[in-house]
Each structure stands twice: as structure tokens, then as C-alpha cells.
Design a protein around this ligand. Structure first.
Ligand code: AMP
Length: 285
């Protein structure tokens, strides 16, 4: 496995692989790798000749007062995990390599970035699209792998790829959960054992939404009400949002229609940690 930190080195390597006719799969991450990440790596490994994992805690996608400084950084452990899964290349640049003096470009998707995570974290998605556009230009993927855990990020990146004609395929992989249902996240290490229990409220609310839709509930207002009833008062107070939206546009859906999947998304602050989770549900005919 090669570990590269220079953009030029990464581009030369990617170009060589392309010229050799190899199919490149890229998994962008911020490191502190867990099973959610490794599932993306395995999906890439099974479909691509060359698998590149990028590890970069991107300062531009953190707002002031967010956890950029405390975000877990465990590069040696991440490299072992990648090696064990047969990753070919890890690209792990320093911030100064990605954003040198005078860096002044921003890639921004309008509209669907204004709501949900975008509303809660101003500037977050501009940071994401800027770094992902750079990572695409540096690692030259045929396929890039993203997790459904960050459902709005998936929608935003798909829109950027479409609008800017990036010549690659976005592959979306399912949410990987702990045995009790908590969605895996690099941020789960921040949780105390009490908070870890409280964090299950997100999953519980999403399960309720799935049950209500499976039993034919069509009105989003009724589903949202049912979800709120699964939450205790403290959990409700700490809630950032619960929303039922179109998975591609993030526009609110008022009434579910058969065969039209909707995204049920939740975000909550548990202790000092902000967690997100979601599920895609479809009303049966
Ligand atoms: P991050 O390192 O948090 O930026 O995540 C890197 C990629 O892994 C993103 O595409 C995430 O959506 C994905 N990811 C993170 N956690 C999970 C999870 N529990 N299940 C599936 N994908 C995940």
C-alpha cells in the first residue's frame, strides 16, 4: 500500500493507473475509520482495480466553534485498517498542501444546501463540495464511494457531479450501525455511557417512522408526530430537526405517494456531540 501526501505525486500515480487501463475507486474520508468507512472500502475493492482512500480532516467544512481541533486523528491505526482491506493507495495530505497561501476558490451548490444540515451548519457544504471537487481532480476516480449516513451530502455531491459534468459515478452505500442500532460515526467516541444510551433516541424515532409508513401512514405530519412521541422531553429539547424530504432535492414532502421514496432525517445534540441519522422509506402500493 502506498501512502501519498503530495498532490503532484497522487496525480501522477492516478494518471499512470488510468493509462494502464485501470478502473479507480476512491473513498473520501476524514479518517478515524470504522465499519461504516470499511464497508465503502470493501464495495470499492470488489468493483475497482485500484482503491484509493483519502484521509483529510477538512478545515473548511467545520464552522467556528465546531470540533475541528478535537476531531479524532489516528492515522497509524487507519493505515493498518486500510492495509488489511487491500487498499492500494492512501492519500493523506496536510491542510497546507490542500489550501496553500492564496487559495481563493469555492465550489458551492445552491438551494439544497440551505436546509437541514446546511441551515444548522452554515458554510459546511461549501467546504464539502470544495474539498470533494479537489479530491476528484487529484485522485481521478472512475467511481467515488459515499455513505447514505450523510444523506444530504450524497444529494449535494450528486448535484455537483451532474452540474459540473465530473466524469465519474457516485456509488452510495448503506448506513452501517452498531448492534443496538446507533449509526456508526467517528464522533461516537465523544459520547459518555449515558449519552451513548441517549443517542439511541435517533434510531428509535427512525424505526417508528418505518413502522408508521409500513402500516400505511401517508401524512408526514402524522409520521413526525409519531416520531416525537418516541422521544423523551430532554431528547425533544435537544433535537435539531426531524424532517421528511425528497432525497434528491431536500424539499419537504407533505404526503407520501406509493413508490416515491422519501428521506426521514434527524439531527440531535447529545451532550456536546451533534449526531445525524436517517432512513429512506417508501409507501407500498
Ligand atoms: P467521514 O469520515 O465522516 O467524512 O465519512 C466518510 C464517508 O463515510 C462518508 O461518505 C460517510 O457518509 C461515510 N460514513 C460514515 N459513517 C457511516 C456509516 N455509519 N455508514 C455508512 N457510511 C458511513
Amino acid at each position: 500500500m502506498d501512502v501519498l501526501t503530495g498532490i503532484g505525486d497522487m496525480q501522477v500515480r492516478a494518471e499512470q493507473d488510468r493509462l494502464a487501463g485501470k478502473n479507480i475507486g476512491v473513498v473520501p474520508t476524514m479518517g478515524a475509520l470504522h465499519e461504516g468507512h470499511m464497508n465503502l472500502v470493501r464495495a470499492a475493492r470488489s468493483a475497482c482495480d485500484v482503491v484509493t482512500v483519502t484521509i483529510f480532516v477538512n478545515p473548511k467544512q467545520f464552522g467556528p466553534g465546531e470540533d475541528f481541533n478535537s476531531y479524532p486523528r489516528v492515522l497509524e491505526r487507519d493505515l493498518s485498517a486500510c492495509e488489511a482491506e487491500g487498499v492500494d493507495i492512501v492519500f493523506a495530505p496536510e491542510a497546507g498542501e490542500m489550501y496553500p497561501e492564496g487559495f481563493s476558490t469555492k465550489v458551492a451548490v445552491a438551494g439544497l444546501t440551505a436546509v437541514l444540515e446546511g441551515a444548522a451548519r452554515p458554510g459546511h457544504f461549501d467546504g464539502v463540495t470544495t474539498v470533494v471537487a479537489k479530491l476528484f481532480a487529484i485522485t481521478k476516480p472512475h467511481r467515488a464511494y459515499f455513505g447514505q449516513k450523510d444523506a444530504q451530502q450524497v444529494a449535494v455531491i450528486k448535484r455537483m457531479v451532474r452540474d459540473m459534468n465530473f466524469d465519474l459515478e457516485i456509488v452510495v452505500c448503506p448506513i452501517i450501525r452498531e448492534p443496538d442500532g446507533l449509526a456508526m460515526s467517528s464522533r461516537n467516541v465523544y459520547l459518555s455511557s449515558d449519552e451513548r444510551r441517549e443517542a439511541l433516541a435517533l434510531f428509535r424515532a427512525l424505526k417508528k417512522a418505518e413502522e408508521l409508513v409500513a402500516s400505511g401512514t401517508r401524512k408526514s405530519a402524522d409520521i413526525l408526530e409519531g416520531m416525537k412521541q418516541t422521544l423523551t422531553d430532554t431528547e425533544i429539547r435537544k433535537r435539531d430537526y426531524i424532517a421528511i424530504v425528497n432525497p434528491a432535492t431536500m424539499e419537504p414532502v407533505e404526503t407520501l405517494e406509493p413508490d416515491q421514496p422519501v428521506l426521514v432525517a434527524v439531527a440531535a445534540r447529545v451532550g456536546g456531540t451533534r449526531l445525524i441519522d436517517n432512513t429512506i422509506v417508501t409507501l407500498a402500493e
